[in-house]
Design a protein around this ligand. Structure first.
Ligand code: 9YT
Length: 129
């Protein structure tokens, strides 16, 4: 059994920030359970484009409000606490945070912690050693 708190992850290598977002990786590929689990916060009034070509991601919004746009199908969704979106088709998407948004995210296959978004917002597939 593994027990962790976000407090003990804060400011370690599991706490990763990009422009306007920060993600605390609570479970990573190295934990060997087949998924990774992150707490991601996105700054108010920031816009992000992501495209997880190699991963399926579920995102559950626990705080904040914003708009999600499925860039492949041109559909917009209003997000509020309790909203969940599942990128089961690896959809390219845009997130606009009206207020600071705090989300719980699951990735399959797991993120290892070494990925960096490329210019298309894509994470490469990195194998766990
Ligand atoms: C909201 C969202 O797509 N979060 C992705 C996780 C985050 N970019 C991370 O942990 O790298």
């Amino acid at each position: 059994m593994i027990v962790r708190t976000t407090a003990e992850i804060t400011d370690t290598e599991r706490d990763v920030a990009g422009t306007g977002w920060r993600s605390k990786r609570i479970v990573l590929g190295g934990d060997g359970v087949g998924f990774s689990f992150h707490e991601t916060t996105i700054d108010a009034e920031s816009v992000h484009e992501f495209h997880y070509r190699h991963h399926v991601e579920a995102v559950w919004l626990v705080e904040g409000e914003g708009t999600l746009v499925d860039l492949e199908h041109g559909v917009s969704y209003e997000l509020a606490p309790g909203s969940m979106y599942l990128l089961d088709g690896h959809e390219s998407h845009r997130l606009f945070a009206r207020t600071r948004m705090r989300m719980l995210c699951v990735f399959n296959p797991p993120v290892t912690g070494q990925e960096v978004h490329d210019e298309h917002g894509v994470y490469p597939l990195v194998a766990v050693d």
